[in-house]
Structure formats: structure tokens, C-alpha cells
Design a protein around this ligand. Structure first.
Ligand code: ADE
Length: 243
């Protein structure tokens, strides 16, 4: 039996996916210790495991960002040896590149980082990263059937964006920006595990509203959209034996 791992940074993003894929909670002491939640289920010949980043012990908030992503994904890869990894979550979208609120994107080509500045040959390219995804395995017609768009993702550890971040994002042609995707693309590449990222747009980065306000206002509806599309893509990948 194959195993699909789904990594989700926020519990508010995880709950609708748990529901859409009819997953049930289970315990594992390694993850319990760091307040990470685990859910499992099956579809076809594949076991599905969803893991969340967990809650910070002091603040009680979700461990958003790249550090918890790499740590929790490492633990999950060691424990469950997934055959494929999915990352589902929210993102800011660029209207100038066609993004609308509540759109869900399949990250195509690669994910890059926009807040790592190292002006040393070689290290510069490494820090920026162009970490591949497996979106090329999904044909345009399958993707459209699931109802998702396709675009490059740029990742950083801030919800807002400096002018320099904006310049790097522009150079990479990214349509969406998040706080986890490139880190999971990196770890999936490191372990040579096929990787798909789905990003739902809560806020328009180049729009007129403050990002944090738009993000909070649209989180719940976007999470519902992401869940439907994630369930659709996971089932499509399994049904059509893409991995
Ligand atoms: N998640 C949702 N909106 C975001 C944004 N604008 N930047 C980074 N991560 C996000």
C-alpha cells in the first residue's frame, strides 16, 4: 500500500481537508509531544496521513513558516516513508498575474524563496532555490477537471512584503506567495519524493486592502475551497496512478 502525506501549517486549513477526505484523528507520541495533529484515512490503494505544524507551546498559535515545516516534515518522512507529499494552504495572490481571491493554484515548475539574500556566487542561487514540484505529471485537462489554476510559488517567512521581496518575486514570475511551500519542495527534493502544492488565495498582495486584514477575513472561505481542491487532486493522483 502506498502512503500520501499531506502537510498543513494551520489547523483552520486542516479541518476542512480532514472532513473532505473523511480522515480520522490518531495519536503518535512523537507528534503529540510537539502538539502536532495527525489524521489518517484511505483512498483506493493509498493510505493518507495528514499532519499539522502543531501549536506553539507558549503562544498556542499554529507554527507557520519554514522552520516548523522542515522539522515536522522530517519527522513525518522518517516515520511514515511517504510515496508522495502534498502541501495545502493559503497564499497571497498577485492580481497583476491573474490571481483572484479564493482561486486555488497548483504550484507548477518550482517554488522559490524571496527573503534570502546572499550575494555570493553559487550560494546566491542556492539561497533563492528553484525547488521542483511534480505538477508536470498533472495534465492541463486533469488540472482543469479538478478546478485549479497553475503558477509559480514564492515563499518567505513574512506575511507582508518588502520592496526587495517584491523585486525578487517579480523576477521569479510567481503568482502566489506563502510561508511554507518552497521549504517542503526542498525537503521533498532532498528525499526524491514526488511533491504537489496547492495554494488558495486569501489576499491580493498587489491590491488595495491591508494583507493581514484580508487574510483573516477570507481564511475560512479559502480553507473550504482548498479542501475541495485538495481532495480532488489527491483522488486524481491516486486514481490515475500518477505516482
Ligand atoms: N498566506 C496567506 N496570505 C499570504 C501572504 N500574503 N504572504 C504569505 N503567506 C500568506
Amino acid at each position: 500500500m502506498k502512503t500520501a502525506l499531506i502537510y498543513v501549517a494551520m489547523e483552520a486549513e486542516a479541518q476542512p481537508i480532514v472532513h473532505a477526505l473523511t480522515l480520522t484523528p490518531f495519536q503518535d507520541p512523537t507528534f503529540e509531544k510537539i502538539n502536532s495533529k495527525l489524521f489518517k484515512g484511505e483512498y483506493g490503494d493509498t493510505k493518507i496521513i495528514l499532519v499539522t505544524s502543531g501549536k506553539d507551546q507558549k503562544l498556542g498559535v499554529d507554527r507557520i513558516g519554514t522552520d516548523a515545516t522542515v522539522y515536522v516534515c522530517t519527522l513525518a518522512i522518517q516515520k511514515y516513508s511517504p510515496d508522495v507529499i502534498f502541501n495545502a494552504g493559503t497564499a497571497g495572490g498577485f492580481r497583476s498575474r491573474g490571481a483572484n481571491l479564493f482561486d486555488v493554484y497548483l504550484v507548477e515548475k518550482h517554488a522559490v524563496f524571496h527573503d534570502r539574500r546572499v550575494d555570493v556566487p553559487g550560494l546566491k542561487e542556492y539561497a533563492r532555490g528553484t525547488w521542483p514540484t511534480s505538477a508536470h505529471l498533472v495534465s492541463d485537462s486533469l488540472r482543469k477537471q479538478v478546478g485549479i489554476k497553475a503558477g509559480v510559488l514564492s515563499t518567505g517567512n513574512s506575511l507582508d512584503m518588502t520592496d526587495y521581496d517584491a523585486k525578487l518575486i517579480h523576477e521569479s514570475q510567481a503568482v502566489v506567495k506563502d510561508m511554507e511551500g518552497a521549504a517542503i519542495a526542498w525537503i521533498s527534493h532532498l528525499h526524491q519524493i514526488p511533491f504537489f502544492a496547492l495554494k488558495g488565495v486569501t489576499d491580493i498582495v498587489d491590491g488595495e486592502h491591508p494583507t493581514h486584514e484580508e487574510f483573516l477575513r477570507n481564511l475560512s472561505r479559502t480553507a473550504t475551497e482548498i479542501a475541495q481542491k485538495t481532495a480532488g487532486l489527491v483522488r486524481t493522483v491516486i486514481d490515475t496512478k500518477l505516482i
